[in-house]
Design a protein around this ligand. Structure first.
Ligand code: IPE
Ligand code: IPE
Ligand code: MG
Length: 257
């Protein structure tokens, strides 16, 4: 597994196209309600939007796309909506995995899988294995994921891996490999659709130096043009990682992709 450096320990290389894009796909329910449709119709429409965004990220040379599909707090929703989302997840994995493999897209899941039923757990395992050698893009779905859960599970694994670890020995280097996204660089660009400006317990650790982009567009309406808008905004950001603007002028930007 590739070890990726931390933005707080090493200054990352900056590129015009983000290497890693993380998205909170929000606004499905409102999209449906605006049309006097049941909320769950918005989730089906949201899946269609995701297909387009995955393809466009692949085309543009994004290396990692991570999407929040179901948070550790989404179990608080009405059981019918949770049940619908579970069925949709299983169905879409079954119908999409071959297409992902054909397009050289690796599928990964982060989150506590143990709460999902056996059929989903098996399908996730199958999808990850089937696409394990794909190199074009790594698409990660965060399901039953919470940023706090991630940090806590990493801390537990870290303590197990390092018996007798003293408090003063705990470091980023020891913890990072146990975080669920240890296989990817930290996100360069975070996108949240649906108008809310919050992180909702998404990648808390990994967003330390990520550029945060918020749009009122509801997720089912987020298309290629909307993605380009977000990327254009991203390319205008000055990513200082704690340095001053003047210091940046002497650092050449890496070749644009
Ligand atoms: C995001 O859309 C999808 C999930 C959380 C599964 P929402 O369902 O949160 O849509 P809104 O925010 O209610 O419009
Ligand atoms: C965040 O959206 C989670 C997902 C998109 C899966 P929510 O709609 O659940 O977030 P809050 O409740 O508005 O913060
Ligand atoms: Mg929402």
């Amino acid at each position: 597994m590739t070890q990726h450096t931390s933005s707080t320990l090493v200054i990352p290389e900056v590129q015009a196209i983000p290497r890693h894009v993380a998205i909170i796909m929000d606004g499905n329910g409102r999209w449906a309600s605006n049309r006097f449709m049941p909320r769950v119709a918005g989730h089906t429409e949201g899946l269609a939007a995701l297909r387009k965004i995955v393809q466009e990220c692949r085309r543009l040379g994004v290396e990692y796309l991570t999407v929040f599909a179901f948070s550790s707090e989404n179990w608080r929703r009405p059981p019918e909506e949770v049940g619908f989302l579970m069925k949709l997840f299983l169905k879409s994995l079954k119908s999409e995995v071959a297409r992902l493999a054909e397009n050289d897209i690796a599928f990964r899941l982060i989150g506590d899988l143990s709460r999902f039923d056996d059929a989903i757990q098996q399908m996730v395992k199958f999808s990850e294995e089937k696409t394990a050698d794909c190199k074009g893009l790594t698409m990660t779905v965060a399901a039953n994921y919470g940023g706090r859960w991630d940090i806590l599970q990493a801390m537990r694994k870290c303590l197990i891996a390092n018996p007798g670890l003293q408090a003063e020995q705990v470091s980023e280097e020891l913890l990072q490999p146990h975080l669920s996204m240890a296989y990817a660089p930290e996100p360069d660009l975070f996108i949240r659709t649906g108008g809310e400006q919050r992180v909702s317990n998404f990648l808390l650790w990994q967003l330390a130096y990520t550029e945060l982009y918020f749009t009122d567009t509801l997720w089912p309406h987020f298309d290629e043009a909307e993605l380009h808008k977000a990327f254009d905004w991203f390319s205008q950001r000055e990513r200082r990682f704690g340095r001053t603007s003047a210091q940046l002028e002497s650092v050449p930007m890496s070749d644009a992709v």
